[in-house]
Ligand binder design. Structure first.
Ligand SMILES: Cc1cc2nc3c(=O)[nH]c(=O)nc-3n(C[C@H](O)[C@H](O)[C@H](O)COP(=O)(O)OP(=O)(O)OC[C@H]3O[C@@H](n4cnc5c(N)ncnc54)[C@H](O)[C@@H]3O)c2cc1C
Length: 472
């Protein structure tokens, strides 16, 4: 009798260098591939034009087309995966279920439940490390504990890497062993998006490995400049690959290999960012409480003084701080935001508007195309000083200085706040300080065409320091 496996893809939407799929194919005569649109996640999404759905949909279409070329197909389901996956495994009479591990609290519970049900039914379950380069137990300090400070973690990560990995593994997937069948429920034919209650929309990034590979090869051409250029949003010199990494259109090993092709400061700085990613995944895995609590629990005692009205202005990009407004409008329009600006707006929300980091984190979670619980939570808690290895609470970004330093000619601001575009390179950072003649020349009246600053930075800084000090 021929042997059959089922491989369940989730945030690893690709058919190359895929650990679980490569092993499923190796260990059976034929392998089925399934993706489940998880109703428990989808029903929580308020926006029925959520860009991430379009991105996932495009990624799945690409996978299905590739499978069709080898006479196979992709199984697509909608519902609760904890029920659907065991039912499907039993229906297909597979020998084993294969998937790559996910470290988010919900995903871990879901996978435990699926594993228990299948094991009761004598179907073996195999899970793999694929989504990170190193898991929690692989990079430990001298006391065999996980690191809570990034720099020593990074040094140990690199030391481990140099000691172990002469070649970064590439988990080859022999697709001719994919199960041969035609799926009448094809994602390419049927309007799946409408069926599950969502609408396809135009998205700034097209999902899929082909697109991701194209972006990666573009980025490789200027990776050597990364260290200098990565902080200037208007230059757009970062890789823009976060959504593809989040959805697994590329493997983390694809990225590590790319970073090792050349030895220069740009490449090693970029590799550091990938190590930050591993770091935050480990933190979420080991401390799932960070999903709702400050990593440093004492910071949960902060009494946030900010107002709902200021939060609304922040969300809408109407704070009267041009760099913040430009960044938030860019997020609302595209689902993306440059890393420097994420730090600026997160610091502004928590330490200038005095609003709980959790509100900002949730807003990002709703809007970001590349939303990743571990990285988002890590980034927010770093900015709010509540996190593991966060910046100290008394380091408060001055939004004006950040604006002048990282968008000196106001190019990014002009792109997203066109009403400010005629102000000079100097005034564009402080339009509210311009006099009436300057406002007439700029064809922009502060208070009607563009808001006055909703709060005064200086006074708020003192309040923030007092607010943080109150819990010490
Ligand atoms: C408040 C805040 C929220 C964030 N939310 C997310 C999020 O939801 N999803 C997300 O992927 N990143 C998040 N980041 C990290 C970072 O801003 C993005 O990864 C980066 O802007 C994506 O652009 P890029 O692909 O061009 O990155 P590049 O600069 O090209 O970096 C390469 C890759 O490294 C990873 N990476 C880079 N910086 C970080 C970091 N600080 N932490 C973890 N991984 C990193 C990403 O996978 C990124 O694609 C957040 C940062 C902050 C400060």
């Amino acid at each position: 009798m021929s042997s059959k496996n089922l491989c369940w893809i989730r945030r690893d939407l690709r058919l190359h260098d895929h650990y679980a799929l490569s092993q499923a194919l190796k260990n059976a005569d034929e392998t089925f591939l399934v993706f489940v649109f998880d109703e428990l996640i989808l029903t929580k999404l308020k926006n029925k034009k959520d860009r991430r759905l379009t991105f996932i949909f495009d990624s799945l279409k690409e996978i299905e087309s590739l499978l069709n070329e080898v006479g196979s197909s992709l199984i697509i389901k909608y519902g609760d995966p904890a029920k659907i996956i065991p039912e499907l495994a039993l229906e297909l009479k597979v020998d084993g279920l294969y998937f790559n591990r996910d470290y988010e609290p919900y995903a871990k519970k879901r996978d435990e439940s699926v594993t228990k049900t299948l094991e009761k039914n004598k179907i073996s379950v195999f899970s793999f490390k694929d989504h990170v380069f190193y898991e929690k137990q692989e990079v430990l300090n001298g006391k065999r504990e996980i690191y809570k400070v990034f720099t020593p973690y990074k040094n140990k990560w690199l030391e481990t890497f140099r000691a172990q990995e002469s070649v970064v593994p590439n988990f080859n997937c022999v697709l001719k062993k994919m199960a041969k069948f035609n799926n009448p429920n094809s994602i390419n034919k049927k309007n799946w998006m409408n069926t599950i209650g969502f609408e396809e929309i135009t998205c700034v990034l097209k999902g899929g490995t082909t697109e991701a590979m194209g972006l990666l090869s573009q980025f490789k051409k200027h990776m050597h400049n990364y260290k200098e250029a990565r902080d200037i949003p208007a230059l757009n010199q970062t890789s823009n690959l976060s959504t593809y990494i989040r959805m697994g259109n590329l493997s983390i090993r694809d990225m590590i290999r790319a970073s090792l092709e050349k030895s220069n400061e740009g490449a090693s700085t970029w590799l550091s960012e990938l190590i930050w990613r591993d770091f935050y995944q480990v933190i979420l895995d080991v401390y799932p409480k960070v999903e709702t609590h400050s990593f440093k629990l004492e910071y949960d005692q902060i009494i946030w003084l900010g107002s709902k009205a200021d939060f609304k202005s922040w969300c809408e990009g109407e704070t009267g701080y041009p760099i913040v407004d430009a960044a938030m409008r860019c997020l609302n329009e595209t689902g993306l935001m440059h890393n420097r600006l994420r730090m600026v707006v997160a610091s502004f929300l928590t330490k200038t508007l005095l609003i709980d980091w959790r509100l900002g984190e949730r807003y990002f979670a709703e809007k970001l195309l590349d939303f990743d619980l571990a990285a988002n939570n890590g980034g927010w808690q770093w900015s709010a000083s509540t996190g593991v290895d966060a910046q100290p609470y008394f380091r408060i970004f001055n939004p004006y200085n950040q604006s002048e330093k990282f968008d000196p000619d106001g190019i990014f601001i002009r792109d997203w706040c066109p009403e400010l575009s005629l102000f000079s390179n100097k005034q564009i950072h402080y339009p509210h300080e311009s006099d009436m003649v300057e406002q007439v020349e700029a064809k922009c009246f502060i208070g009607s065409d563009y808001p006055h600053p909703i709060v005064a930075y200086k006074g708020q800084k003192d309040k923030a320091l007092a607010m943080y000090k109150a819990i010490r």
